[in-house]
Design a protein around this ligand. Structure first.
Ligand code: ADP
Length: 220
């Protein structure tokens, strides 16, 4: 599902990743752990072709990213669900409208949009907030909205950037249980966190990113 081979990346003079290599198989749930500033977000941005590596090759959902052109980028991104660290909601649109947006962009028929939006609102416990703005719900509810929006188009791969940052253990485990349920349905899940203990509690494979490289693989 993900193949990263000898990938290096720098922002101008600042080298962030040096010859990073790892694989994630279809159906896996993998944590990418590392301290703040280690390059986790950078690596995710490389995976969804938001950044281009200075060296090395990436292949994601069977697509070699070096061969991706502008025309095929939207099609490639449709297969990936993204949970951004800062959520990136449309601030003046309701919870319901934010959730419906990916389906509208994918030209899904209105009847099906309504059905799946209702289903996800219900599943995520957000039905009673559907007409609220994203700023009017709790931070935990915003996270659930971000996850729902990422998966509403049924992607094969979910990339979640620090989805539990700032949450206490109980709420973090709730978010992880949601991701686990999606993984159980067959979605490959790749999650970043600074919280190694949380990753260890979840009993999944862990990849550690530190000092520009992959340092440690734990096998469950
Ligand atoms: P993490 O997600 O692990 O906290 P990041 O990938 O966000 O790490 O950042 C890795 C390093 O790259 C940090 O030193 C950060 O300051 C730097 N960085 C991140 N984004 C940019 C950018 N757009 N321009 C310049 N430097 C950046």
């Amino acid at each position: 599902m993900i193949q990263v081979h000898q990938v290096s990346f720098s922002y101008n003079e600042l080298s962030v990743l040096e010859q990073v290599s790892f694989r994630v198989e279809r159906g896996e749930f993998v944590f990418l752990v590392g301290p703040s500033g280690a390059g986790k977000t950078t690596l995710l941005r490389l995976l969804y072709a938001d950044l281009i590596p200075i060296a090395g090759d990436l292949s994601v959902t069977g697509q070699k990213l070096a061969k991706l052109d502008k025309m095929s980028l939207p099609y490639f991104r449709q297969k990936i669900g993204l949970v951004f660290q800062d959520f990136k909601f449309l601030p003046d649109k309701s919870v319901r409208e934010n959730l419906a947006l990916p389906q509208k962009l994918a030209s899904t028929a209105p009847k099906f949009v309504k059905e799946s939006v209702d289903r996800f609102l219900h599943q995520m416990g957000l039905s009673h907030h559907q007409h609220a703005l994203p700023t009017e719900i709790s931070s935990n509810e915003r996270r659930r909205l971000a996850i729902a929006r990422a998966v509403i188009n049924n992607p094969v791969l979910l990339l979640a950037d620090a989805p539990t940052e700032g949450l206490d253990l109980r709420l973090s485990l709730e978010v992880m249980a949601l991701l686990d349920a999606l993984n159980f349905q067959g979605m490959t899940v790749f999650v970043t966190t600074t919280d190694r203990q949380l990753a260890e509690k979840c009993n999944k494979r862990i990849i550690e990113l530190r000092d520009g490289g992959i340092h440690f693989f734990s096998n469950r």
